[in-house]
Write a protein that binds this ligand. Structure first.
Ligand code: UDP
Ligand code: MG
Length: 215
C-alpha cells in the first residue's frame, strides 16, 4: 500500500481547524476506497498562542492517521513546512494550508497525476478572491522580476500546495538551506512536473499573517 503524507502548517488556526478536521475526514479519509492509500496527516504547530495545539492533540489522540510536531515558538510557515517535509514518511508528501484555502478535493486529482507519472503536481490558483488590486499587482510584479533574473522559472500563482514524490522530498531534505524559500527550492530541484488548478477562496476564519511589508 502506498502511503501519503499531508503536511499542515498551523499558526493560530483555532477558527479553521474544526472544519478542517471534518473536511479531512469526509473528503479524504472516508473517500479512501478499499483503503487504497495509507494516509498520515502531520500537523506542525508553529507556536500558536490560541487553542490550535490543544485541538490538534485531541485529534491525534482519537486517530491513528493524525500526528503532530509542536514548535517552541513561532518560526514562520517556511520553517514549519520544512520540519513537516523532513519528518513525513509518505511515498508522496502534500503540504496544505489549515485555513481551507487549499481545496482538499484536489488531493485526489494530484494523486491521479502522480500515479500517471508526475514527480511533482503543483496546485495553481486561477483566481485570487480575497486580494485587493495592489496585492495582485505586487504579486504579478514579483513573478515578472524573479522570472527575469532567475535561471529557474517559477510557475505563476503556484504556492506550497503541491504533491511531492518521495524522490523529490529526499533531494529537498539534502539541501543545506537555512534561509528557506520553499517555492524556489521546489522549482530548483527539477523532476517531471504537472499542474492542477483551483479557484482561490477566502480563508475559513482567523486572519492571514501576510502583510504588504512582508510581501
Ligand atoms: N502559518 C504558519 N506559520 C506562520 C504563519 C502561517 O504555520 O507564521 C500557516 C497558517 O496557519 C496556514 C498557512 O501557514 O495554514 C498559510 O498562512 P496564511 O493563511 O496566513 O497565508 P496566506 O494564505 O495568506 O498566504
Ligand atoms: Mg491562507
Amino acid at each position: 500500500m502506498k502511503s501519503i503524507s499531508l503536511v499542515v502548517p498551523v499558526y493560530n488556526e483555532e477558527e479553521s481547524l474544526p472544519l478542517f478536521f471534518t473536511r479531512l475526514d469526509d473528503i479524504i479519509l472516508k473517500k479512501n476506497d478499499a483503503e487504497k492509500y495509507d494516509f498520515e496527516v502531520l500537523f506542525i504547530d508553529d507556536g500558536s498562542r490560541d487553542a490550535s495545539l490543544a485541538l490538534i492533540k485531541a485529534q491525534a489522540d482519537a486517530s491513528d492517521h493524525i500526528k503532530y510536531i509542536s514548535f517552541s515558538r513561532n518560526f514562520g510557515k517556511e520553517a514549519a513546512l520544512s520540519a513537516g517535509i523532513r519528518h513525513a514518511t509518505g511515498d508522496a508528501v502534500i503540504p496544505i494550508d489549515a485555513d481551507l484555502q487549499h481545496p482538499l478535493e484536489l488531493v485526489w486529482e494530484m494523486l491521479d497525476k502522480w500515479e500517471r507519472g508526475a514527480d511533482m503536481v503543483v496546485g495553481v490558483r486561477d483566481k485570487r478572491s480575497d486580494e485587493g488590486f495592489l496585492k495582485k499587482k505586487i504579486t504579478k510584479g514579483f513573478y515578472k522580476s524573479i522570472n527575469k533574473i532567475s535561471e529557474i522559472p517559477l510557475i505563476e500563482n503556484a504556492g506550497d500546495f503541491r504533491l511531492l514524490d518521495k524522490q523529490v522530498v529526499s533531494v529537498i531534505r539534502e539541501l543545506p538551506e537555512n534561509n528557506l524559500f520553499m517555492k524556489g527550492l521546489f522549482s530548483w530541484v527539477g523532476f517531471k512536473v504537472d499542474t492542477v488548478h483551483f479557484e482561490d477562496k477566502p480563508r475559513q476564519g482567523g486572519k492571514t499573517t501576510w502583510n504588504y511589508w512582508k510581501l
